[in-house]
Design a protein around this ligand. Sequence first.
Ligand SMILES: [Zn+2]
Length: 466
Amino acid sequence: MLFKLKNSESRILLIILSVIFASSSIIYAQKYDYKHIADSVLNYSLSERAGYKWLRELCNIGPRLSGTDNYQKATDWAVQKFTEIGCDSVWLQTVKVPFWVRGEKESAEIVSPEKAAGRKLSIASLGGSIGTNGILKAKVIEVSNFDDVKNLSPSEAKGKILFFNEPFDQSEPTTFRSYGKAVRQRGNGAIEAAKLGGVAALVRSVTSKPDNVPHVGMMRYADSVMQVPAAAIGVEDADYLSSLLKSNPDVEVSIEMDCSPMGEADSYNIIAQVNGSEFPDEVIVVGGHFDSWDKGHGAHDDGAPCIQTMEVLHQIKVLNLKPKRTIRCVLFANEESGLRGAVEYGKYAETAKEKHYAAIESDRGVFTPRGFNIDADSMVIAEMQAWLPYLNKLKIDWIRKGSSGADISRIKNTKALIGYVPDDQRYFDFHHSANDVYQSVNAREMQYGTAAITLLAYLISQEGLK
Ligand SMILES: [Zn+2]
């Protein structure tokens, strides 16, 4: 009797059951309708431009050289943003970083030949360099390809300024390859100069842009070799100096720099997350490095890319996407002059109870999206390639094996380390120079990238990886 239903009652039960079934399948379909989610993420990203607005605020603080007050102010700003986003947790990880001060004096000019005397040269001290301790005056010897420094003898170079003038190879289709070749002279120029008895290194700016703005960056010393000052010179002035040397090999230049390494300072990795609903202990990291060089605003390198990854959390919250796995944003300290933030986070990741499932880094500027480089097994890469139909809408053309990024490289045992790859043709026009300002960022290009990174993080969170 209990299970016998009248006709009317069974009809009602049938209706109730079919409503439950229909609504659950709608929820199911909505939850996994990535095409629709891709549209929503892109629409929100382009129309609201939240990250691009934040970039103006961040750039107004100024550049974020490691260990400076500006980095601290930017840290406070990021913590406030993460709090406003409504993250489940926000915390700082203390990192000891090298502290270097540029100083007030930074100039160079031609001393002889007479016809060129007094002509100023556009220079900037390289990061980590010692100063000149007053005005340094010396003859100049040019090295037009960094490999040629091996052919110089101490008798030719002793007491001279070594002028490393290897150009950025414009014939390379990929600018990162040209950068990789030419940047050796910036990193090692001072060491090679000192080995030959040289008194300073003057390094042609490593840039794709033929202007006269010096592009800075890190240089190194070696324990066994004397330290000599090192500065970058604008490309136009490098060409001028080179042509002057051709007509007069006794060109003399004076340089004055009062920069100085000042030991170490406290800095921070800034970390925030939205907890996963099903697998909260499986963490997907998104991030970039929050420090920058001190010329310009550090907009493309790496302020705007950091903001793209901050906005991943924002979009997850405002679009109510409810990730199954935890999505964590890490803004790494000190990539530019030591990678200390990455090392510190790597140590934490090794001992943490949670599993670092995957990581996505954005550190190649914020130009139009192109693809994702994946450091993972081919099975995992193939699995992600199957998501391309969703990502194509966000201007992601490809997903392929490749190197991910410096900061996430210290996170071990993940299923995938991923580097976001936007178009690279203009990046080195701005990189490490006064050209890298808020005004150099295109809002639409930046926001397209934000949408692409958000969708990829979400797909990994929902679908998992083999
Ligand atoms: Zn960078």
